[in-house]
Ligand binder design. Sequence first.
Ligand SMILES: C[S@@+](CC[C@H](N)C(=O)[O-])C[C@H]1O[C@@H](n2cnc3c(N)ncnc32)[C@H](O)[C@@H]1O
Length: 149
Amino acid sequence: MAQEGQPVNERFPRSSAYHPDWVLAAVSGGANSLWLTEWLVEAMDLHSGMRVLDLGCGRGASSIFLHRELGVQVWATDLWFGADERLARIRDAGVEHSVFPIHADARALPFAAGFFDAIVSIDSFVNGQFVVPAGGQVKVPGPGSFSWC
Ligand SMILES: C[S@@+](CC[C@H](N)C(=O)[O-])C[C@H]1O[C@@H](n2cnc3c(N)ncnc32)[C@H](O)[C@@H]1O
């Protein structure tokens, strides 16, 4: 994905390592999902092995980024975009051992209560806070980025 000589945005050094064509191919109706994810995780305490729900992940670029950059396991969950396309992108990135494409509606998530350590939701509406235990992390980027437990 990374390529020498490509433009670098100093504010988002991790995102800058991803090839712009790859980022563009994964656009899902939102803004630059890698920038938003990089910004968001600066406010979170995510570390290797944690289970993260990426809710409304679209084509899954943010999910791949979360695993590659932080070593977390990611359930890449979305309604409008198909899980097959997401799986192809996940496999292409070589992260299918830790990023799992799920087709589901945030209003009826197929996960056990308390299963996740954290939820992120990039440019999407979140209605899945019940799947993190008390003290779990939920972060959504936006003015006054918020969290709740
Ligand atoms: C603006 S797109 C953002 C996608 C991606 N996070 C990004 O930043 O590129 C909003 C996403 O929310 C998802 N979405 C909308 N309603 C949903 C629901 N009820 N359950 C799950 N995902 C939903 C859509 O499928 C879509 O991919």
